[in-house]
Design a protein around this ligand. Structure first.
Ligand code: ZN
Length: 401
């Protein structure tokens, strides 16, 4: 139903601080209130619902995910995590049950970073790690982030203070349900998996520089073909990643210059994306690939530019919370399966504030960021049961504190 609230009538696109986001926030806020929650919208436009615990002064468990989408998105990325958390609170309210901790549902205003090319705006604001220089970034219509936040009813001045919303001692942790966005659970024929860690990532930019020349007059033996070097490198990337369990490496973008049918390629620029849930393995893979690229360049008489654009460390999920999730799976007769998350999530930004845990839900064909995104009702029911068990186990622990 929420997929109707889009910036386009033909596809689902819901950017940060858009009218569509305003509408969705309004509806989810109503649902939160019906579930007995008090609701507020924070300075950046996150919608936050609070379900009180048994006593005042109780700690808080944060549940959440994001309500923004990519362009032409699916219906479940992000939204599923918010609504699944809400369904659990609804059941607590129906049973007139209070836990020895408060629950806050965080419906983040931006995770994808679509509008300002700056990801995790919502969760970074909560964690107090939002970089206020981003307020001057402009969108496609030249509207600054600061202006968009004001128009949405937020307050950039509060953001500039950069304060986390909680002191870590008052929190039990952050838990996020999310669709897997990959095909592994479907292959394993399992409905859910515990996320072991959110994989670190290296993004690099490479250039092979050879000598452009006439495709008809330069003999093969006298060429310095930059594309041939790049082609060998790309296949080596595939081979090296395939040889290491859990390692994924991708060349997703390739620019060939001069780029004419009758000219030998003189310059090739390519992107390289490397991920693994252990930083040590990712970093070693990058070093190995660098050496290999240098060797290939030498063999083919071209030069190499190797530039690291960005590197992010792996965010491990909390062993304490994972322990309880494992017990929850056992209690509802589900197979325990761990998966690393190759994609980033709000839990990455939230890990600066508190311990994090995630549960992945199977999605059809592993398809995501696409209108064909699909999940099964029966899987959702299992994910909710696991989460309810998880809450009960945390409640037992909290009572023993
Ligand atoms: Zn997401």
């Amino acid at each position: 139903m929420l997929a109707r609230y889009s910036e386009s009538p033909y596809q689902l696109t819901r950017r940060f601080a858009s009218t569509a986001m305003q509408q969705v926030n309004g509806i989810v806020a109503q649902w939160m209130r019906s579930a007995g929650m008090t609701v507020r919208t924070d300075a950046v436009g996150n919608l936050i619902g609070r379900y009180e615990g048994t006593h005042s002064g109780a700690r808080t468990l944060l549940l959440g995910s994001h309500l923004d989408t990519v362009i032409d998105a699916g219906k479940y990325d992000g939204i599923f995590g918010v609504l699944a958390a809400l369904a659990c609170v609804e059941r607590l309210q129906q049973e007139q049950r209070r836990l020895p901790f408060a629950i806050e549902i965080l419906a983040f205003a931006d995770e994808e970073g679509l509008r300002y090319n700056y990801a995790y705006i919502g969760s970074k604001a909560v964690a107090g790690t939002f970089d206020c220089r981003a307020l001057t970034l402009t969108d496609a219509n030249n509207l600054t982030m600061s202006e968009a936040i004001c128009a949405f009813g937020g307050d950039p001045a509060i953001l500039r203070q950069g304060r986390p919303y909680w002191s870590p001692a008052d929190l039990i942790g952050y838990y996020e349900l999310h669709i897997e966005q990959g095909p592994v659970l479907e292959v394993l024929d399992l409905p859910v998996a515990i996320v072991s860690a959110i994989s670190g990532q290296s993004r690099l930019r490479l250039e092979f520089l050879g000598q452009a020349g006439h495709a008809g007059t330069v003999p093969m033996s006298l060429r310095s073909d930059a594309l041939c070097a790049a082609a060998e490198f790309i296949l080596a990337v595939e081979a090296i990643a395939s040889a290491e369990s859990g390692l994924v490496a991708t060349v997703g973008k390739l620019t060939v210059q001069p780029g004419a049918p009758n000219v030998i390629p003189g310059q090739v620029t390519l992107s390289l994306d490397v991920r693994h849930q252990e930083d040590r393995i990712r970093e070693q893979a990058c070093r190995d690939l660098h050496i290999l690229a240098l060797e290939l360049a030498e063999q083919r008489n071209v030069s190499l530019v190797w530039e690291e654009i960005q590197a992010s460390r792996t965010v491990p999920c909390s062993p304490r919370l994972i322990d309880q999730l494992q017990k929850a799976l056992v209690n509802v007769n589900q197979t325990i399966q761990f998966l690393p998350s190759g994609a980033g999530h709000d839990a990455v930004a939230m890990s600066d504030l508190t311990e994090v845990a995630m549960l992945f839900l199977r999605c059809r064909g592993g398809i995501s960021h696409h209108p064909d995104e699909m999940i099964k009702q029966a899987d959702v029911e299992i994910a909710l049961e696991v989460t309810e068990q998880f809450l009960s186990l945390l409640a037992e622990q909290e009572e023993c504190r």
